[in-house]
Design a protein around this ligand. Structure first.
Ligand code: ADP
Ligand code: MG
Length: 328
């Protein structure tokens, strides 16, 4: 068995909200191997629990139950030194990078802070070289951007600067929460290219979060589709999108034209907003109220993941349970 970089086991997150607790994530499991680096896409509608996963991995919020292991060690049990290492190894890139920049500081300052925080350089020259190299990796040049203020940059530049900043720390994992949803299609493609290059050339893995299936298709590694805090389907992104098995994913994919594998897919598949309020009380399949193929059995039982194809293709649906289907 290959070693794991990140492992999330039986993760459940409940947000306390008076009498209506929100189950944002329920019994979620995920493994990213150490080698080779990969991009795992978490896709789902708004409110399905994607950012909850990102925030849990980044340590911004705590699990209600379950555990998160990094290189085999429970991240909530680490020593101060281990926590520091973890914060260096796991970097974040967010949807709106404008929000994380102080408008009164030049871009140079963003990078100087990283060099200082992680004690990355011994002198000014070394620091300058590191910053220039990181910018070049994402297709930018220091002279063009370092002296600018955030408002003088385009959305695509800001996003690439965030990627350069994360790369400079030489992390093992980058958590990218909807990094391309605020930029237009051509820039989106170039940022995805940067992610794929960092994976190939620098062995950096990604937890890539999106509500847009087309970018997951382009990347092609593993995808996990969330529906109301549970995984509806998982597998290699192209397998799942070309031959979806879960009724929810079938509905999603059927509503858009099939991509031609020879053509760069520049379009977007935006998932519709979630319609139902979720409650702790609901016992059965989360998709039951909307499912065109629902059975009585689904009402009170949450389906596990069933193998539905090759390369780890799994769907959480009783249509793939022989015993249940024999009785139906
Ligand atoms: P996504 O990123 O997929 O849009 P989130 O993980 O942000 O979804 O949210 C999942 C669910 O948890 C939603 O129903 C959301 O309203 C709820 N939620 C998120 N953060 C909080 C919070 N801090 N307090 C209460 N509920 C929250
Ligand atoms: Mg989100």
């Amino acid at each position: 068995m290959s070693e794991t970089l990140l492992q999330i086991r039986n993760a459940t997150k409940v947000y306390k909200q008076g009498k209506n607790d929100v189950v944002a994530l329920q019994d979620f499991n995920l493994t990213i191997a150490k080698e080779p680096a990969s991009i795992v896409t978490i896709a789902g509608e708004s409110g399905s629990g994607k950012s909850t996963i990102a925030n849990l991995v980044l340590g911004f919020i705590e699990l209600t139950s379950g555990e998160i292991l990094f290189e085999g060690r429970d991240v909530s049990q680490g020593t101060a030194n281990e926590m520091r290492e973890y914060r260096r190894n796991v970097q974040a890139v967010f949807q709106d990078p404008f929000g994380v920049y102080n408008p009164y500081y030049r871009v140079q300052h963003v990078f100087d802070l990283v060099v200082k925080n992680f004690k990355m350089a011994n002198n000014k020259n070394q620091s300058r070289e590191m910053i220039e190299e990181a910018l070049n990796v994402v297709g930018l040049y220091g002279e063009d951007v370092l002296r600018k203020y955030p408002h003088q940059l385009s959305g695509g530049q800001r996003q690439r600067i965030m990627m350069a900043r994360a790369y400079m720390v030489k992390p093992k994992l980058i958590v990218a929460d909807e990094p391309v949803s605020m930029v237009d299609a051509s820039l989106r493609a170039s940022i995805l290219d940067v992610m794929m290059r960092l994976k190939e050339e620098s062995n950096i893995s990604f937890l890539y979060i999106t509500h847009d299936l087309s970018t997951a298709y382009q990347i092609g590694d593993k995808i996990m589709l969330l529906y109301q805090g549970t995984v509806s389907e998982t597998g290699v992104a192209t397998d799942v999108i070309d031959t979806p098995k879960h009724p929810y994913v079938q509905l999603l994919v059927d509503s858009v034209p099939k991509p031609d594998p020879n053509i760069r897919w520049e379009g977007e598949i935006i998932l519709p907003p979630e319609e139902e309020m979720r409650t702790t009380a609901k016992a059965g399949c989360r998709f039951y109220p909307r499912c065109p193929q629902r059975m009585d059995h689904c009402k009170n039982n949450l389906p596990p993941l069933y193998t539905v194809g090759d390369r780890g293709h799994e769907a959480s649906c009783y249509l793939y349970d022989e015993e249940v289907m024999a009785k139906a």
